[in-house]
Design a protein around this ligand. Structure first.
Ligand code: PEP
Ligand code: MN
Length: 264
């Protein structure tokens, strides 16, 4: 269903006043790694609104490596995210980790994210296929391109073809970046499938100092959007402190991308 052979035209995924894929301008998805407090989300939301960002992210169910790390606010986090997005005229996306939470989350979210660690959680994929919300599907930590496409096919096979694919880096022996961004995945995914493809430049690199060249690379190979984590005070963020841009750094990055013609 998701193959180019089955449909030659690009799928455009639409929610609220936002469309991604096809001839649409690249969509910038931004917001903190985790929803922490109402004040934090207001600070980030207000700033992103001034930059014209239309899709706000923020994790409420955090799949953390250590059980002792911040696990997210759960449904309270979804509520804060959703209210912040409404307040600033944005739509919102957040990760859901349990099949039984998918339906509940539709009340709060415009887009449901399936994270890298759950890319092959087949019961979650089937449930995501049964709702009428777009799904942002991230590539697994060590998943091949083919496995990502089959995961998307699980969702589509249950009746939901509003899917956005996300390259977020894969695990290799390289330690200079958090993950190795597989830039060739973007044109390959776009050839093999008609779905929009985005690049998460935060989780793939895990470092702020190369965001501009990596963002340019992603857009140059045809990405339909970017995920860029932002926080009002990254140094004290409860997760991914090292890779979240502060609000000024985010504005500088957007300015650089606009000035170099990569963004309008
Ligand atoms: C995220 O985007 O919040 C996240 C946890 O990323 P990933 O699933 O790609 O690790
Ligand atoms: Mn994160």
């Amino acid at each position: 269903l998701i193959s180019r052979k089955n449909q030659s035209a690009d799928t455009v995924v639409t929610f609220g006043n936002v469309s991604i894929g096809g001839n649409n301008q690249p969509l910038i998805i931004s917001g903190p790694c985790s929803v922490e407090t109402v004040d934090q989300m207001n600070a980030v939301g207000a700033h992103l609104q001034t930059e014209g960002i239309r899709l706000l992210r923020g994790g409420a169910y955090k799949p953390r490596t250590s059980p002792y790390d911040f696990q997210g606010l759960g449904v309270e986090g979804l509520k804060i995210l959703s209210e912040t997005a409404k307040k600033y005229g944005m739509t919102c996306v957040s990760e859901i980790v349990r099949p039984e939470d998918i339906e509940m989350s539709c009340e709060y979210l415009d887009v449901i994210q399936i994270g890298a660690r759950n890319m092959q959680n087949f019961e979650l994929l089937k449930e995501a296929g049964s709702v009428k919300k777009p799904i942002l599907l991230k590539r697994g930590l060590s998943a091949t391109i083919e496995e990502l496409l089959y995961a998307a096919e699980y969702i589509a096979s249950r009746g939901n073809s509003q899917i956005i694919l996300c390259e977020r880096g894969i695990r290799t022996y390289e330690k200079a970046t958090r993950n190795t961004l597989d830039i060739s995945a973007v044109p390959i995914l776009k050839q093999e499938s008609h779905l929009p493809v985005i690049v998460d430049i935060a989780h793939s690199t895990g470092r702020k100092d190369i965001m501009f060249p990596i963002a340019k690379a992603a857009l140059a190979v045809g990405a339909d959007g970017l995920i860029i984590e932002t926080h009002n005070e990254p140094a004290v963020a409860l997760s991914d402190a090292k890779q979240q841009l502060d609000l000024n750094q985010f504005s500088t990055l957007l300015k650089q991308l606009r000035e170099s013609g990569y963004l309008k």
